[in-house]
Write a protein that binds this ligand. Structure first.
Ligand SMILES: Nc1ncnc2c1ncn2[C@@H]1O[C@H](COP(=O)(O)OP(=O)(O)O)[C@@H](O)[C@H]1O
Ligand SMILES: [Mg+2]
Length: 256
């Protein structure tokens, strides 16, 4: 069953057309990886679906409810409810620097979901355990490594019980030795059948964890397919060239 449905989505910044009539859907429990060159519109797409940017046209349906239909947004209260179904994990963590780790995870539970402080703290405790960060509840973000901060931001997103989680290059701000922890967390979530849309340059990871890969270039999905098929045997020259370029980078990185 479709949990995300995007139809003919368009977005421009001034004269720059960034998303050009994008259509795709994601089924419940599916993991979809989005790959593509820098500047192709991947972050803008995630920001439109998570309502951090307004679209210029098209439709977005989440869990059967229209966030925006033919360019017209749902009324504020409905929009608020729809947005509660989705979580976004950013490249640069975006934690509240002046809140402890625990408060980063409880704040929205209390103020958005109206959970009691006790319930919110209980949920934070369970999630911190799951992320291997039980001893960090009282720490502040600046006291943590990038990998630990990213795990807190995943816990913060999960605390609101989203039906879909979006990740925008969750490992690209991390030192290579820290990316493994994050990939493991995402892998675990996939095995729990969490629906996820992941923008990533980690091609071997995308091949392993994603059911499907979408290749974005110039504001459109130009090729898509089952992960192993698209990555091992891309059809289009542009997809081939992109993957070859990335794997060359990879070699240089590991040789250093
Ligand atoms: N807020 C903005 N204002 C103007 N242009 C933007 C803004 N956000 C992104 N862009 C432009 O949109 C294009 C796509 O950017 P982005 O979605 O960040 O690509 P990607 O995530 O694939 O690297 C780029 O040309 C970028 O400069
Ligand atoms: Mg981006």
């Amino acid at each position: 069953m479709e949990i995300i449905k995007v139809e003919e989505l368009s977005k421009s910044f001034g004269k720059l057309d960034v998303l050009k009539n994008i259509s795709f859907s994601v089924n419940r429990g599916e993991v979809v990886a989005i790959i593509g060159p820098s500047g192709s519109g991947k972050s803008t797409l995630l920001r439109c679906i998570t309502h951090l940017e307004l679209v210029n046209g098209g439709s977005i349906t989440l869990a059967g409810r229209d966030m925006v239909k033919d360019g017209v947004y749902a009324p504020p209260e409905a929009l608020r409810e729809i947005c509660l179904k989705i979580g976004l994990v950013f490249q640069n963590f975006n934690l509240f620097p002046h809140f402890s780790v625990e408060r980063n995870i409880t704040e929205a539970q209390v103020h958005v979901l109206r959970r009691s402080k006790e319930d919110a703290a209980g949920r934070a405790k369970v999630l911190l355990e799951k992320m291997g960060l039980s001893d960090k509840a009282a720490s502040y973000p600046f006291e943590l490594s990038g990998g630990q901060q990213q795990r807190v931001s995943i816990a913060r997103a999960l605390a609101l019980d989203p039906e879909v989680l979006f990740f925008d290059e969750p490992t690209s701000a991390l030192d290579p030795e820290l990316t493994g922890d994050i990939l493991k967390v995402i892998r675990d979530l996939a095995s729990e059948k969490m629906t996820m849309v992941i923008v990533t340059h980690e091609i071997p990871f995308a091949r392993e964890v994603a059911d499907r890969v979408l290749f974005m270039d110039g504001g459109a999905f130009i090729e898509e397919g089952p992960a192993a098929e698209l990555i091992d045997n891309p059809r289009l020259e542009r997809t081939k060239a992109f993957l070859a370029r990335l794997s060359r980078f990879g070699e240089i990185e590991t040789k250093r």
